[in-house]
Design a protein around this ligand. Structure first.
Ligand SMILES: *[C@@H]1O[C@H](CO)[C@@H](O)[C@H](O)[C@H]1NC(C)=O
Ligand SMILES: *[C@@H]1O[C@H](CO)[C@@H](O)[C@H](O)[C@H]1NC(C)=O
Ligand SMILES: *[C@@H]1O[C@H](CO)[C@@H](O)[C@H](O)[C@H]1NC(C)=O
Ligand SMILES: *[C@@H]1O[C@H](CO)[C@@H](O)[C@H](O)[C@H]1NC(C)=O
Ligand SMILES: *[C@@H]1O[C@H](CO)[C@@H](O)[C@H](O)[C@H]1NC(C)=O
Length: 311
């Protein structure tokens, strides 16, 4: 009897852990705490001094997204912030564009082979069954900005370390996860051209004025207080209303997936592999000292630095 019971136990435990097991390797770059329907996710890439959007963060995000997609009814709102106060996300790991780069992640999304893994991540964030809020206290550039644009709402502090930019044009690329397309909707066509073609930074006050973010706060405390209150309020409401409302807003404000695949993702992939694209990737890795905490990473988009990178 005892052994039969134990056998049953083992089966139950095994099948449970098979369900819960993370699909991708875990690196511990995202710390989550859950309380009253709000999941706070703090992103701190301990493999990178600049909180790089690299394979470690992508694997952990992939696992988190999968959990959230499974309609965890306890969670109605997800709040993303960064543990690194200089960088929310600077950009993608440029090493991933080099020949011979190795990663434990699939190159394409298992759920839609037309999407690259990073593009699938940010696309999937747009359609999570939870409301999503980005709390920004550091630099946001490249796919970092595409990440926050994929969230439903964005709030920032007025700290000088907060800068928003899409820097791809300066590197001979385009915004591969659709950042420019999302911006065109939020800040308008002319301003999108101004910021994206010049690859220059917007500070938090400017970003709030033009609609890039919802609001900018004088202090970190005010920022977090406001967002936690907002999140707690949304978390009171039934999931079905949140899900349906998100679907409708997405339908009229998100780039169509085929346009995003062709004119953002695939164009980006092609441009990174032209002679100019490859040259600029190598230059970027050199001037940033392999994406370490360097003056270029801190100040890119502020002044004349871009000129020095051009071929
Ligand atoms: C983030 O990680 C760094 C190490 O890279 C560590 O020094 C820092 O304390 C961490 N911050 C938080 C908020 O966990
Ligand atoms: C989550 O719920 C929504 C709405 O009820 C549904 O359309 C979707 O398929 C569900 N997702 C999963 C993974 O169960
Ligand atoms: C994106 O979501 C789809 C389901 O809609 C899933 O099959 C796929 O694994 C997800 N990909 C990532 C990278 O989150
Ligand atoms: C992928 O792209 C091909 C060709 O553009 C298209 O026929 C197919 O439906 C797409 N598949 C998915 C899963 O989107
Ligand atoms: C740059 O850093 C990555 C780890 O982030 C490492 O894999 C790579 O070998 C480094 N490249 C050089 C040229 O040192």
């Amino acid at each position: 009897m005892f052994s039969r019971l134990c056998h049953l136990c083992t089966i139950v435990l095994l099948s449970l852990s098979a369900v819960i097991a993370a699909r991708y390797p875990s690196f511990g770059t995202i710390q989550t705490t859950k309380s009253a329907g709000v999941l706070n996710a703090v992103i701190n890439n301990t493999f990178s001094p600049i909180n790089l959007f690299d394979q470690h963060v992508m694997a952990d995000l992939g696992n988190l997204i999968e959990e959230l997609q499974a309609n965890d009814t306890d969670v109605r709102v997800v709040v993303f912030s960064s543990g690194n106060k200089d960088f929310f996300f600077p950009h993608i790991d440029s090493n991933s564009l080099l020949p011979g780069y190795e990663s434990p992640l699939p190159k394409f999304d298992p759920g839609n082979p037309n999407l690259s893994f990073p593009v699938a991540l940010v696309w999937n964030i747009t359609q999570l069954p939870q409301a999503t809020i980005a709390v920004i206290e550091g630099r946001v550039r490249g796919i970092g900005n595409e990440f926050i644009m994929s969230c439903d709402m964005r709030f920032a502090s007025k700290s000088p370390s907060v800068e928003f930019a899409q820097i791809e044009t300066s590197l001979g690329r385009t915004t591969g996860a659709g950042g420019a397309m999302y911006l065109a909707h939020e800040i308008g066509r002319g301003r999108t051209f101004e910021y994206v073609l010049s690859s220059k930074n917007a500070d938090a006050v400017t970003a709030a004025q033009i609609g890039w973010i919802n609001q900018a706060f004088d202090t970190s405390t005010e920022l977090h207080d406001y967002v936690q209150k907002l999140a707690a309020r949304i978390a009171l409401f039934p999931a079905q209303g949140i899900i349906a409302t998100k679907k409708g807003i997405n339908a009229v404000s998100r780039p169509p997936i085929d346009v995003l695949i062709q004119l953002a993702q695939n164009a980006y992939a092609e441009l990174t592999q032209t002679p100019i694209g490859r040259d600029l990737t190598n230059k970027w890795l050199r001037v940033t000292n392999n994406q370490s905490l360097s003056a270029v990473e801190l100040n890119y988009g502020d002044g004349e630095d871009i000129i020095e990178l051009l071929p």
